[in-house]
Write a protein that binds this ligand. Structure first.
Ligand SMILES: [Zn+2]
Length: 398
């Protein structure tokens, strides 16, 4: 993994590379930033640079024996600490060493993986994951050995927020690390990390990825142009989310969403129940992606209504939906529908009953649209503005 392989984040790359070039290597770094900003790949690119035999322009070369080992996550001087499922009493199983093969597989499949992918890879279900005391003891004993290849020893502590009180065991080594030892902590929730640990690390804030870098990265992966543009806008700087969108069949979300909105608009309860029953089988990830998609389309409707912004990144059938639906997406309606979608996504993430979540979402959207229709009817009396007829709302169907 080289810095050059990671989309965007030029500011963070510059900071890390300048630190390396100056020769003043911080013994502990804390990379904090939201999901999908590229923390883990950035940590690995920095580790590659430290371990590379012949760096080029302050980036790893990508081809020397050290780089090849790092790229497979098998370099003997590169250690990982990450949360693992607690399997109960047997402490050996509650450590990274027990899970490292699964971790390598998951990472090589998707270097931008996040906690939910890792939990899936571990079959974690509802079980807790954490970084145990046994893990901390293990890392201390590994760092007691000298570096195999004579350069740095690097520890990547991924999802460091899971460290909890076990982190106390690492305070001393973070304060006075052995020579040539570098800790790279990556976290989405820095405030969950013990202050005593945070204060011992150089903190680098990683912001959301910029949408243009995401769009270009998707194009490089041969994603079709419009689809790349749409995902780059909708993912809100979360590259992980953009990649999951690529795993969805492109037309599915649009067909499902327009169908659902048509039912909410016309208040067809019995049809809505059928829709919910059919679609609740999709699984949480697909449904969360549908909700994200829905929110993005509603925002496009609002922008078209208010400032006539043409939804250029959308396909023709999606544009048609935006043109026809935008009269109903006032600021008030958008706020109500947005909070309904966010509430549904929140409940889904917390393992709420899917059918119930979708039913409630349907009623919330229906209520938001009915209120909007009432407001429009009132306004049409005072301003003689005509309410669009329901027959005009022929949503695109496939
Ligand atoms: Zn190299």
């Amino acid at each position: 993994m080289r810095f050059d392989d990671i989309p965007g984040q030029q500011g963070v790359k510059d900071l890390l590379q300048a630190g390396y070039a100056s020769g003043k290597i911080a013994h502990a770094l804390l990379l904090s930033g939201p999901e999908g900003c590229g923390k883990l790949p950035l940590a690995l690119a920095y580790a590659s640079l430290l371990l590379c035999h012949q760096p080029i322009h302050n980036d790893a070369c990508g081809t020397c024996p050290a780089c090849l080992k790092v790229s497979k996550l098998v370099h003997p001087d590169l250690h990982f600490v990450f949360p693992v499922v607690n399997q109960g009493g047997d402490s050996d199983k509650n450590t990274t060493d027990h899970w490292i093969q699964d971790f390598r597989r998951a990472f090589l499949e998707q270097p931008h993986m996040e906690l939910e992918d890792w939990r899936l890879a571990m079959n974690a279900d509802h079980r807790q994951a954490n970084i145990s005391r046994a893990e901390c003891y293990q890392i201390l004993s590994k760092l007691g050995l000298s570096a195999f290849e004579g350069r740095y020893k690097v520890v990547i502590l991924w999802l460091a927020e899971f460290l909890g009180d076990a982190g106390n065991l690492l305070l001393k080594i973070l304060e006075e690390p052995p020579d040539q030892t570098v800790f790279i902590l990556a976290t989405a929730e820095p405030e969950q990390i013990l202050t005593t640990i945070r204060s011992r690390a150089r903190s680098i804030r990683v912001g959301p990825m910029d949408s243009e870098s995401i769009r270009l990265a998707l194009l490089e992966m041969d994603v079709q142009e419009q689809r790349a543009a749409m995902a780059a806008l909708a993912c809100e700087g979360n590259f992980h989310k953009a990649l999951s969108m690529m795993n969805q069949e492109p037309f599915e979300n649009s067909v499902r969403w327009t169908g659902f909105m048509r039912l909410a608009y016309s208040g067809q309860h019995s049809e809505a129940i059928k829709w919910v029953n059919q679609n609740s089988e999709l699984g949480r990830e697909a449904l969360k992606s549908l909700l994200d998609y829905g929110l993005q389309v509603l925002r496009e409707c609002y922008l078209y209504r208010e400032i006539q912004r043409d939804p250029r990144s959308l396909r023709e059938d999606e544009k048609e939906f935006v043109y026809k639906f935008s009269p109903f997406v006032s600021a008030l309606a958008l706020t109500a529908m947005q909070s309904a979608l966010e509430k549904a996504a929140y409940r889904m993430e917390r393992n709420g009953h899917i059918r119930l979540v979708l039913h409630n979402l349907y009623f919330d959207l229906q209520e938001a649209l009915s209120s909007e229709k009432r407001r429009m009817a009132k306004a049409s009396v005072s301003t003689a503005r005509r309410l669009p007829k329901e027959s005009m709302l022929q949503f695109p169907t496939r």
